[in-house]
Design a protein around this ligand. Structure first.
Ligand SMILES: CC(C)(COP(=O)(O)OP(=O)(O)OC[C@H]1O[C@@H](n2cnc3c(N)ncnc32)[C@H](O)[C@@H]1OP(=O)(O)O)[C@@H](O)C(=O)NCCC(=O)NCCS
Length: 252
């Protein structure tokens, strides 16, 4: 995994993955121009958030995702249309013109947000899922582990030194979420079924009902952890910080 600055959508090779990392603080600096990317439905959805902070984050992350997807399609961010499967996974970014659907670029992507950070991972290589979490032990962690972790996974978390326990928990959680998101499943249905234990940063996940999945951890920001899951072995995974300069099209 390496960092490249500035990234170019055109450099996305067949089996590469580009992971865009957004901080809400940076997106706020991008200002109103970024919010112009939102469509009517997203503006309405934003209003359903009672907390101003949540509303602001939703709008900024959505607008930034549109900007990034617009580079790859490529098209105006406002024109990006998506389809969602029955569990909510968005895919197939496309443009509708003159009542006709035009898919301009076959790309796979997935996104995740947690508090002050969000990411979107993009590839042409195949299905992928991504998850980020703020590192902390959630309330009722034991109950969560009883319900959703294998005994061996829960044991590994409990055996971790106290200072590293939250990270151990979140590492397994992000692995499970990223894996489920790679195939657009339902977390509730799959979470207990996936054995994602192991100390390594990269692990392979094998399950009789799923294609082989490759999981790798990546750094998001201090206090956050991220996991990328791909249904193929990526040739390279590059991390890119979204910058206000890019949103005006400099990187596209
Ligand atoms: C997707 C899921 C794993 C969630 O994650 P989360 O930790 O709340 O959210 P994240 O920030 O990591 O990811 C959310 C993004 O993933 C994408 N996403 C949603 N459902 C997805 C799915 N099934 N697979 C892959 N990606 C999905 C969306 O882009 C979503 O962002 P958006 O709503 O702003 O477009 C979880 O909601 C899930 O299992 N959903 C499946 C359907 C389901 O069980 N719904 C519960 C109804 S009570």
């Amino acid at each position: 995994m390496s960092h490249l600055t500035p990234p170019q959508a055109s450099e996305l090779g067949e089996n590469n993955v580009q992971v865009w990392i957004f901080s809400s603080a940076t997106l706020i600096e991008c200002g109103e121009t970024l919010l112009d990317h939102l469509d009517e439905r997203e503006r309405e959805e934003a209003l359903s958030y009672i907390s101003t902070r949540e509303r602001e984050r939703f709008s900024l992350y959505r607008a930034a995702f549109r900007r990034v997807l617009g580079w790859y399609v490529p098209c105006d961010p406002r024109d990006v249309r998506l389809i969602r499967n029955r569990n909510g996974k968005p895919s197939h970014p496309h443009v509708v013109a003159d009542g006709e659907v035009k898919v301009r670029e076959q790309i796979h992507f997935n996104l995740s947000h947690s508090h002050d950070w969000a990411v979107v991972a993009v590839s042409r290589g195949g299905e992928l899922g991504v998850d980020i979490e703020r590192v902390r032990l959630p309330n009722g962690v034991q109950t969560l582990m009883d319900h959703f972790f294998l005994a061996s996974e829960a044991e590994a978390v409990l055996q971790a030194p106290e200072a590293l326990r939250a990270e151990a928990f979140c590492r397994l959680w992000t692995r499970k979420e990223a894996a489920v998101k790679s195939f657009g499943g339902s977390l509730a249905e799959w979470i207990r079924d996936l054995d994602v234990g192991g100390q390594e940063v990269n692990i392979s996940l094998r399950h009789p009902e799923l294609p082989p999945l490759e999981l790798q951890e990546f750094p998001v920001a201090p206090g956050y952890i991220g996991c990328l899951c791909t249904s193929f072995r990526p040739a390279a995974v590059t991390l890119h910080q979204f910058d206000c300069g890019y949103h005006s099209g400099l990187a596209g």
